[in-house]
Ligand binder design. Sequence first.
Ligand code: CA
Length: 227
Amino acid sequence: MNSICLIEDEQKVASFIRKGLEEHGYDVAAAENGMEGKKLLGSKKFDVVIMDIMLPDINGIELCRSIRTNDTETPILMLTALNQVHDKVSGLKAGADDYLVKPFHFSELLARLEALMRRNKGKEDDHLLVFEDLKLDSWTKTAERSSKKIALTAKEYTLLELFMRNPNKILSREYIAEQVWEIGFDTGTNFIDVYVNYLRKKIEKDFKSKLIHTVIGMGYILKHDGK
Ligand code: CA
């Protein structure tokens, strides 16, 4: 369930937002001022922060800046009153990701929230390369196929990363040698084939389909195993 931290001192606005979000399956934790908001944010990780600029104890822009000193990731949506629209620039500069002018329709708030979460999700997944049921994680340097973890050596990892960054493309032995070993390919050796076979054993042996295919006279290709 997506969790929202709502920092808003106006009771009416706060309950309008909370009610709407809960109806749409969100988990909402609310704070009525900046201090409470900070405490809430320190207690767990939220998917999005919605906060008002005019808070009783601290200016929302200050609060936003302070949140950003130790959390650069959680998207922040600022709420501003119509006569404070000039604050939106300061808000965005302070690290907010979007703003909404009060009064607003709930559907607009929902659309903005969903867009912010999609954007953030994309960022989180940046380190994952995916091809069919195979995943490669550039943070942990490990592969996973059909949820089964596969340990790789450094060279196997680099080789697989090259294939996964170039799916459905024939990679010649010359190209693989340059990219993975940073050397020119010597036709007298077969170490590329040896490594490709090590890799195949790890990512194909216990699974139903092949991923890396040999293209005779050309090289190798990562593609769907169309039988
Ligand atoms: Ca307010």
